[in-house]
Design a protein around this ligand. Structure first.
Ligand SMILES: C[S@@+](CC[C@H](N)C(=O)[O-])C[C@H]1O[C@@H](n2cnc3c(N)ncnc32)[C@H](O)[C@@H]1O
Length: 214
């Protein structure tokens, strides 16, 4: 990825992830749909791009072992402070590869963190997620929809198909169904649905997706 986008993304997110208390974290119910997968998972679950830990908290509440990861040092410090139950909390940039053994995970969660990359980076990160999943393992994710107009879809300079440069020089990808089928073609798509999330002040249009490593 262009160095400038990478630096701006870190600066932006590290600025967002200021100190907060666990009591301020809201979970939402998007993972309920995959309860059988989550409940049946025996290994720790990887929460990629965990941010403030909404999904980490959901998984902890389910009694799961969670490994929470983010590029933002502040996010990871907050996770360690607020969620002493986490199995591990790691700070790394997905663009540098995922620091895990092959087939280390049965389930990877990537909530709203896989839409910040140009095509080559997106493909490399997805290949790496595939590598660390066991055969039959699941990647459960949400990504921006091309219809997410309240959060920048179709606005700003389009630097690649469906990838826009935002104010402050961060970038965002907006997916349509065809894009998802293209990027996830090495997985089996088990669930794919465009929906509205209301966790943010402005409603957000996104795709909820569950794919399985063939
Ligand atoms: C919209 S937030 C989502 C946070 C959380 N998953 C949730 O849904 O509440 C996106 C997160 O992805 C992280 N992220 C973005 N690009 C990343 C990268 N290249 N490597 C690791 N984390 C990244 C950001 O730091 C940020 O915390």
């Amino acid at each position: 990825m262009d160095q400038i986008y990478r630096e701006k993304s870190l600066e932006y997110w590290d600025g967002i992830h200021k100190e907060y208390d666990r009591a301020n974290i809201k979970t939402d119910d998007w993972l309920d749909k995959f309860d059988d997968i989550i409940t049946g998972c025996r290994k720790p679950i990887l929460d990629l791009g965990c941010g403030s830990g909404n999904d980490t908290l959901y998984l902890i509440n389910k009694g799961k072992k969670v490994i929470s990861c983010d590029q933002s040092p502040s996010a990871i410090l907050n996770i360690a402070k607020n969620f002493p139950e986490v199995y591990d909390a790691k700070c790394f940039n997905m663009l540098d590869g995922l620091p895990f053994e092959d087939e280390a995970f049965e389930v990877v969660i990537a909530d709203l963190c896989l839409h910040y990359f140009k095509e080559t980076d997106t493909r490399n990160i997805l290949a790496d997620i595939r590598r660390i999943l066991i055969p039959g393992g699941h990647l459960i994710l949400r990504v921006n929809s091309v219809n997410d107009v309240l959060h920048g879809a179709g606005q700003g300079k389009e630097i690649e198909h469906h990838v826009f440069e935002m104010e402050g020089k961060t970038i965002k990808r907006f997916f349509n169904e065809e894009d998802i089928r293209y990027f996830f073609k090495d997985f089996e798509i088990e669930y794919l649905n465009e929906e509205i999330m209301t966790r943010y002040k402005l409603e957000k249009r996104l795709f909820r997706v569950c794919v399985r490593k063939k």
